[in-house]
Design a protein around this ligand. Structure first.
Ligand code: DC
Length: 232
């Protein structure tokens, strides 16, 4: 499969397990993994730290001009850390405050154009797995493999709760549920690139699948797509 690198686009609601499968795939295939949500989170962190009024387009554009985002491979975790102007912000972008503000920030047209232009550049050489909300619809509409992930809402809340509890033992299940519901609503009803399943995306419901089961399933799809690319 090495010579037939493809683009794998994974979309879905928050905490459906997109990043887990994306990381597994990148490790197995030797592809780059890009967490596009981390880019919107890093922009949100910058806005919060610098008091940017995101309802003011001039302020947003001036702030974006000062933002440089990059992904730096971390040998220890075997995944990429996001850097905001050369600072590793992988941890602070997971704060509840960022989680609360990221959906409205990601709904701003100028913010999306800024992030999407970089995301498209990252896919030029193929061999990439990117997850997010608009990857199969807007960023890579021609991706060879598109997956739309869904999972039972209760399963998603518990997954996110466990993840957040590790760094914030004061967090409650209700807070996590409320944040997920609100983000689902904003992400799927916003005017700019709302979350929806691309017509050619394969639906993957992983509510009751183990990590190995879901990886096997998706690797099967990757083989099919890489093979059909080789013969076309
Ligand atoms: O995947 P995540 O929960 O870390 O994403 C954070 C937010 O960023 C999410 O609420 C919606 C937004 N997002 C987006 O609008 N488009 C993407 N491609 C990825 C994330």
């Amino acid at each position: 499969m090495a010579g037939n690198k493809i683009i794998i686009a994974i979309d879905g609601y928050s905490s459906c397990g997109k990043s887990t499968i994306a990381k597994q795939l990148a490790a197995r295939l030797g592809y780059n993994y890009i967490d596009s949500g981390a880019m919107y989170r890093a922009i949100t962190l910058y806005f919060l730290r610098n008091g940017v009024n995101y309802n003011n387009t001039d302020e947003v554009l001036a702030a974006l001009a000062d933002i440089n985002l990059s992904f730096v491979f971390n040998e220890t975790s075997q995944s990429s850390d996001i850097h905001l102007n050369d600072e590793d912000v992988s941890l602070p972008i997971r704060d509840m405050l960022v989680s609360e503000k990221v959906s409205p920030v990601a709904a701003i047209r100028e913010v999306r154009s800024f992030a999407v232009a970089q995301q498209k550049r990252m896919g030029r050489k193929k061999g990439i797995v990117m997850d997010g909300r608009d990857i199969g619809t807007v960023v890579f509409p021609d991706a060879e493999l598109k997956i739309f992930m869904v999972a039972d809402p209760a399963v998603r809340v518990m997954r996110r709760f466990k993840e957040m509890y590790a760094t914030n033992p004061h967090i409650t299940i209700d807070e996590v549920r409320h944040n997920l519901e609100l983000r689902d609503y904003i992400d799927s009803t916003r005017e700019e690139s709302p979350l929806h399943r691309a017509a050619d995306a394969i639906l993957l419901d992983n509510s009751s699948m183990t990590r190995d089961e879901q990886l096997d399933k998706v690797i099967g799809w990757v083989k099919e797509r890489a093979l059909s690319k080789a013969v076309s």
